[in-house]
Ligand binder design. Structure first.
Ligand code: COD
Ligand code: ATP
Length: 203
């Protein structure tokens, strides 16, 4: 199946773009969603996380205490690396499994850390970056989740820069502060039509 990697910084608009593509018939696998499943009560990542980080990062329900883990890993690159070394191989294997079963005109894999990890590129036919300026990312994430500018900035510092992402993009969806939802839909639609064509040519 023809595979598009969809990436972008926190709050850039990846989920909105992915939702549109799914509505129009693409198969979508979102690694953020898989990370949440793996850290839900009884999720496969919870026991290794508890063993490594201790009970303070586990909520009474058995799910990951996301706030505690957020504070920990976006303050310590070493802790972040440890969390990623537990969870990223699990995410990869779930993606592989779901990709085999996926049905649609092409497959979109949403990977926030596509540029950072370097391990996704050779598994994808094309990379699409949802592009947004930093001030808008902070504004959107704050409005959505109430996180402070301090923690949002720390999360952004753990991610590739806008320039680094754009450097690997085959396609770009500009979704900055000046982009209306209608413009986002139109930009995404025109890429979707091209990807349908490329997927047909490749099959
Ligand atoms: C640290 C955690 C618990 C914080 O949870 P929280 O509910 O606040 O965030 P959520 O999971 O919804 O992610 C929101 C966004 O944060 C950013 N983000 C998540 N993990 C990371 C990371 N390791 N490095 C940089 N940015 C990250 C991404 O832009 C992501 O879209 C959580 O993000 C997590 O488990 N991260 C490790 C898994 C991972 O690397 N996920 C990215 C998918 S490849
Ligand atoms: N063009 C836009 N106009 C107005 N609001 C927008 C626009 N694009 C995205 N948003 C809003 O900004 C927020 C972030 O968008 P979205 O969740 O799609 O980003 P994301 O890249 O998936 O974020 P994350 O990395 O945190 O998962 C959401 O509340 C979304 O509704």
């Amino acid at each position: 199946m023809y595979k598009i990697g969809l990436t972008g910084g926190i709050g850039s608009g990846k989920s909105r773009v992915a939702d549109l593509l799914a509505e129009w018939g693409a198969a979508v696998i979102d690694t953020d969603v898989i990370a949440h499943e793996l850290t839900a009560p009884g999720g496969a990542a919870m026991e290794p996380i508890r063993q490594h980080f201790g009970p303070d990062v586990v909520a009474p329900t058995g799910a990951l205490d996301r706030q505690a883990m957020r504070e920990l890993v976006f303050d310590s690159p070493q802790a972040r690396q440890q969390l990623e070394s537990i969870i990223h191989p699990m995410i990869k294997s779930v993606v592989q499994q779901r990709a085999e079963e996926a049905q649609g005109c092409y497959l979109v894999v949403v990977v926030p850390l596509l540029v950072e990890s370097g391990q996704w590129r050779n598994r994808l036919d094309r990379i699409c970056v949802v592009d947004c300026d930093e001030a808008t990312q902070i504004h959107r994430v704050h409005a959505r989740s109430g996180l402070t500018e301090g923690i949002i900035t720390r999360i952004m510092s753990a991610q590739a820069t806008r320039r680094e992402r754009l450097a690997v993009a085959d396609d770009i969806v500009l979704n900055d502060a000046h982009t209306s939802v209608e413009q986002l839909v139109a930009r995404t639609r025109s890429l979707h039509e091209n990807w349908c064509k490329l997927a047909r040519q490749a099959s």
